[in-house]
Write a protein that binds this ligand. Structure first.
Ligand SMILES: Cc1cc2nc3c(=O)[nH]c(=O)nc-3n(C[C@H](O)[C@H](O)[C@H](O)COP(=O)(O)O)c2cc1C
Length: 171
């Protein structure tokens, strides 16, 4: 079984326990790298061609505009998903669903017959609408049980991550 972990993550300003911090590595990137260490899977970072602002306020404004416009922003690079049986799809919850570059990613390849495992880091809203959006964008994929991780616990999520991977036959 060949596994790809494809993830989007934003470095720069974000909220941690009510405080804005400027981080070099985003929460989802931390979790994706843990998955790669545990499973030996390949990693692909989904990146918008034009980087999002470092400023939290500006990033929220831009993400809201893209969501309202149902935008499909261009990506900085692509990956060939042929040959992978499983795609672990990591992303932060942005305004109740995935960041729009993840929509672009899901529409840019053929996921039919593949298993997609949604993995969403967030500050309390959980997976929200993201799973129904994955189902809508990839109707021929098998969308598997998702995992919600509190973003500010990304460093210490090893136990729930390992359990989810084991429960789903990925470890
Ligand atoms: C633009 C933006 C929108 C967000 N919207 C939500 C939200 O609706 N619900 C929520 O629980 N967290 C929200 N968050 C918090 C992130 O989902 C959370 O901090 C996540 O772990 C960030 O992952 P990252 O560092 O990999 O980008 C938002 C953060 C940003 C920057």
């Amino acid at each position: 079984m060949k596994i790809l972990t494809a993830y989007f993550s934003h470095s720069g300003e974000n909220y941690f326990s009510g405080k804005i911090l400027n981080v070099k590595k985003g929460n989802t990137a931390i979790v994706a790298e843990k998955i790669a260490r545990l499973t030996g899977c390949d990693l692909f970072e989904i990146k918008r061609e034009k980087e999002y602002p470092v400023s939290y306020k500006d990033c929220v404004r831009e993400s809201r505009e893209e969501l309202a416009a149902d935008a499909r922003p261009l990506l900085a690079r692509n990956v060939d998903v042929n040959g992978y049986d499983v795609v672990i799809l990591g992303y932060p919850n942005w305004c109740g669903t995935m960041p729009m570059p993840v929509f672009t990613f899901l529409e840019s390849a053929d996921f039919s017959g593949k298993k997609i495992f949604p993995l969403c880091t967030n500050e309390g809203s959980g997976l929200a609408k993201s799973v129904s959006d994955v189902l809508r964008l990839c109707p021929d994929a098998q969308v598997m049980p998702g995992l919600s991780i509190k973003g500010s616990n990304a460093d210490v999520c090893d136990d729930i991550l390992r359990k989810w991977l084991e429960d789903n036959g990925l470890l």
